[in-house]
Write a protein that binds this ligand. Structure first.
Ligand code: FES
Length: 104
C-alpha cells in the first residue's frame, strides 16, 4: 500500500504502508514531521491532517472523541481528520493527506 503525504512546505512523499497501520504511525515512522503527542489516543489533535476531499466518502465519519479533539485543532476544515484514527486498508491504497498547521 501507499500513502501520499504532502508536508507544510508543499513536498509530496509516497510512503509505503501496511494494512492496519494508523496513518499517523506511517507518517511518523517514515520520519516526516508530525507531533502526534498523545501517541494515537485521539487526545491531542497534533496529528491533524487534511484528507483529499475525493477520498472522504471512503472514511467512516469521525466519532465524538475525534470531533471533540478537532474542535481544539488549528485551521479545521471540512476535510480535517485525526490521522491516528485512520487505519490503512486495501481500499485506502493511495490515500492523499496533507499535514495541517499545528501537527508538526
Ligand atoms: Fe494525538 Fe492523534 S496522535 S490525537
Amino acid at each position: 500500500r501507499t500513502l501520499i503525504v504532502t508536508t507544510r512546505e508543499g513536498e509530496t512523499h509516497k510512503l509505503a504502508a501496511l494494512d492496519g497501520w494508523r496513518v499517523m504511525e506511517i507518517i511518523r515512522d517514515h520520519g516526516l514531521p508530525i507531533k502526534a503527542e498523545c501517541g494515537g489516543a485521539a487526545a491531542c489533535a497534533t496529528c491533524h491532517v487534511y484528507v483529499d476531499p475525493a477520498w472522504l466518502p471512503k472514511l467512516a465519519p469521525p466519532n465524538e472523541e475525534e470531533e471533540d479533539r478537532l474542535d481544539e485543532a488549528f485551521e479545521v476544515m471540512g476535510n480535517s481528520r485525526l490521522s491516528c484514527q485512520i487505519l490503512m486498508r486495501p481500499d485506502l491504497d493511495g490515500l492523499p493527506v496533507t499535514l495541517a498547521p499545528g501537527s508538526e
